[in-house]
Design a protein around this ligand. Structure first.
Ligand SMILES: O=P(O)(O)OP(=O)(O)OP(=O)(O)OC[C@H]1O[C@@H](n2cnc3c(O)ncnc32)[C@H](O)[C@@H]1O
Ligand SMILES: [Mg+2]
Length: 199
């Protein structure tokens, strides 16, 4: 069994990563999370791009654990905000990981933005780093529009205000399987799976 670390401190995101990797049926891979290992310090995410942040998180995890490591840096890019919150999505309200405050602030900022200009995209960049080995970075995008009120209880983060193109439900109203099949995270991991099979 080869061990692979999913290096995320966000329990909901980690759950999605675990679920998607499990669905890919990678025989011979044992997936571990940060909660299965001794703690190591969480470096600040200071990169200007999702790619830089994902690579930094995966490299830190490799340095601390010696395990092949996967890290996800993701967020929402809003057209009317010129692509923000972007890499600041997790701390848009000033408090890291406060999903409700982040979502409320974003909705307030967009209150005067008309329906035809409420486009947004979820972006997920995943870095896979092997000790003394190659580094891979993949990216998935999921395009849609933003609602005016939150709807739905599934998912996390900005899911209750994001309606993916081709649907009328928010991504918090999709089943987990529906979200995985279409999401930025599902798309990125699909691109990574061939590299995981090579391990
Ligand atoms: O860095 P780690 O430890 O993985 O955990 P994190 O929560 O800090 O993760 P990010 O730095 O990548 O920030 C991602 C933020 O973007 C949002 N986000 C990412 N993927 C999302 C999704 O599938 N649905 C809703 N919101 C999402 C969510 O608000 C997250 O807090
Ligand atoms: Mg983070």
């Amino acid at each position: 069994m080869t061990r692979v670390l999913l290096a995320s401190r966000n329990a909901k995101k980690l759950g999605e990563l675990r679920r998607i990797v499990a669905a890919a049926g990678l025989d011979g891979l044992e997936v571990v999370g940060l909660d299965d290992l001794p703690p190591f310090p969480d470096a600040p995410e200071t990169g200007a791009t999702f790619e830089e942040n994902a690579l930094a998180k995966a490299r830190d995890a490799v340095a601390a654990t010696g395990l092949p490591s996967i890290a996800d840096d993701s967020g929402i890019a809003v057209d009317a905000l010129n692509g923000m919150p972007g890499v600041l999505s997790a701390r848009w309200s000033g408090k890291h990981g406060d999903d409700q405050a982040n979502l409320d602030l974003l909705l307030g900022q967009l209150s005067d933005v008309p329906d035809e200009r409420r486009g947004a995209a979820f972006v997920c960049t995943i870095a896979f780093v092997i000790p003394d080995g190659p580094e891979k970075v993949v990216r998935g995008e999921w395009h849609g529009t933003l609602t005016r009120e939150p709807r739905g209880a599934n998912g996390f983060g900005y899911d209750p205000i994001f309606v993916p193109d081709g649907d009328t439900r928010t991504s918090a109203e999709l089943t987990p399987e529906e979200k995985d099949a279409r999401s930025h995270r599902g798309l990125a991991l699909a691109l990574l799976v061939p590299h995981l099979r090579d391990l």
